[in-house]
Design a protein around this ligand. Structure first.
Ligand code: ZN
Length: 304
């Protein structure tokens, strides 16, 4: 199993006191490196290309970020999204990691986890928001369609926040399915079950203070069957670990066991329909303790 990461993802600086800080990624990397029994192949995330990014974002958006990217200091691109000198390259590396992971999945069925930041699932086709610059999972899904002639790709998002950006980018693309569980109400305020795209969007809302029972019931009854029915040729996971009970930004009560469970279920579906092809990337998660144990649980379950 491959782990993609890059030093630039640690250098992406969001300023003092920001919840999406480099210590999050360090915690994940240290936890995975501490699992000496795991057969992990560590790879440097390659730079994504503008043509890869351009399949998910309009050219004007990429140009805007390039123009705004500071040579020194920090600039704010929305209320809570910050760019530092390393941020643009970190974003290109993160999207590049996902595309390389998709290539490895189609070449040899290799599974990958991309330990990268900034996260991506809030970025729309035209706007950066919610700590996100490029939407890496949407870039990766489009890469699978364009380069590997995939006709059915499922993006599965169990971050506690709705992946509004991913939904925005894929809602009119029937070859990409978007399946999400998230707390509602919560930022960014989208993700109602009634939002169905062209029949390719499946949103599952969890009330605040829901725990393992509600999470597993939602996935077992509605979300996993929707993926099973879609028969994806590739499963891409937006792995945010902020539905964990320790997370300071949300109110769900999952444990790392629940991340192991949902991951094993997704692996099972990938094996049934997609020759085992599954690619995952870090999204949110703001408790370092939760990130450590959840990322290890997730990667262990991906390895089967
Ligand atoms: Zn989140």
């Amino acid at each position: 199993m491959n782990i993609y990461t890059h030093a630039r993802c640690l250098e992406h600086d969001t300023g003092a006191g920001h919840p999406e800080h480099a210590g999050r990624l360090s915690a994940v990397l240290d936890a995975l490196k501490g699992e000496l029994g795991l057969a992990l192949t560590w790879l440097e995330a390659p730079l994504g290309t503008e043509s890869q990014i351009g399949r998910a974002h309009v050219p004007a958006f990429v140009e805007l970020l390039k123009r705004h990217a500071p040579a020194h200091g920090l600039i704010r691109v929305d209320a809570d999204t910050v760019m530092s000198p390393a941020s643009l390259e970190a974003s290109f590396r993160a999207s590049g990691a996902l595309c390389a992971a998709v290539d490895a999945a189609f070449a040899a069925g290799t599974r990958s986890f991309c330990a990268v930041r900034p996260p991506g699932h809030h970025s729309t086709a035209t706007e950066a928001m919610g700590f996100c610059l490029f939407n890496h999972v949407a870039v990766a899904a489009h890469h699978a369609l364009a380069v590997h002639s995939a006709t059915r790709v499922s993006i599965v998002d169990f971050d506690v926040h709705h992946g509004n950006g991913t939904q925005d980018i894929v809602a009119h693309e029937p070859r990409i399915q978007f399946v999400s569980s998230h707390q509602s109400p919560l930022y960014p305020g989208t993700g109602r079950a009634s939002e169905r795209g062209v029949g390719n969007v499946v949103n599952g809302e969890l009330r605040p203070y829901s725990g393992p029972k509600e999470f597993r019931a939602l996935w077992s009854s509605r979300l996993l069957p929707a993926i099973d029915a879609f028969k994806p040729e590739l499963v891409i996971v937006s792995a945010g670990f902020d539905a964990h009970r320790l997370d300071p930004l949300a109110d769900l009560n999952l444990d790392s066991d629940d991340y192991a469970w949902i991951t094993a279920e997704l692996v099972r579906l990938a094996e049934r329909h997609a020759h085992g092809r599954i690619v995952s990337t870090l999204e949110g998660g703001y408790s370092l303790a939760a990130l450590r144990e959840s990322s290890v649980a997730h990667v262990r379950a991906m390895m089967g």
